[in-house]
Design a protein around this ligand. Structure first.
Ligand code: UDP
Ligand code: MG
Length: 153
C-alpha cells in the first residue's frame, strides 16, 4: 500500500491545531506509519523546497518553516498521495475549498497548515529525507477490513 509524507508546519504547532489535523487523517481511514517532532534547518529546507529557492518569498518561507519544531508524518493508504492532496486543498488557504484542511483552518498562502507530497515519486524521496527506515512501522491495524473491501487491499 502507498505512503505519503506530511509536515504539520510551525503555524499548526503554534495555533494548537495538531490534534485537529491528525484527527482528520485518522477519521479518513489513513494509517500513521511514522510520526515525530523535529526542528528543521536551512539545509534540509533547501532540499525539500528546491523548486522554490529562487522565488522572492523563499527567505520568508525558510524563516516560517524554522519558527518552531514541526511534526512530520508518514501516512499509509490506497492512493494515499492524491487522497491526501485532495484533503489538504489548494496552496493558498484563502482559495482552498471549504471542507479541505487549508480551506477550514487557514487564511494564508504561506502559513498553510501542512505540507503533503505531490506524487508517489516525491513521497518516496521526502520520506527518505526525513525518516530513518526504523522509524517507519509497516503494521496492519485490525480496522483494515472495515476500511477497505478485500479486493482493495
Ligand atoms: N508558498 C508561498 N507562496 C507562494 C507559493 C508557495 O509562501 O506563492 C509556500 C507555501 O507554504 C507552500 C510552499 O511554499 O505550501 C510550497 O509551495 P508548493 O508550490 O510546493 O505548494 P504546496 O505543494 O505546498 O501546495
Ligand atoms: Mg509542493
Amino acid at each position: 500500500m502507498e505512503q505519503t509524507f506530511i509536515i504539520l508546519k510551525p503555524s499548526t504547532i503554534t495555533r494548537s491545531l495538531v490534534g485537529d489535523v491528525i484527527t482528520r487523517f485518522q477519521r479518513k481511514g489513513l494509517i500513521i506509519s511514522g510520526i515525530k517532532m523535529m526542528q528543521l534547518n536551512e539545509e534540509i529546507l533547501r532540499e525539500h523546497y528546491a523548486h522554490l529557492v529562487d522565488r522572492p518569498f523563499f527567505p520568508t518561507l525558510l524563516k516560517s518553516m524554522m519558527a518552531t519544531p514541526v511534526i512530520v508524518m508518514v501516512l499509509k493508504g490506497k492512493d494515499v498521495v492524491p487522497v491526501v492532496r485532495a484533503m489538504v486543498g489548494a496552496t493558498n488557504c484563502r482559495a482552498a475549498a471549504p471542507g479541505t484542511i487549508r480551506g477550514d483552518f487557514g487564511m494564508s498562502g504561506q502559513e498553510n497548515i501542512v505540507h503533503a507530497s505531490d506524487s508517489p515519486e516525491n513521497a518516496a524521496i521526502e520520506i527518505a529525507r526525513f525518516f530513518k527506515p526504523e522509524e517507519i512501522f509497516d503494521y496492519e491495524p485490525l480496522t483494515m477490513p472495515a476500511i477497505y473491501a478485500p479486493d482493495e487491499l
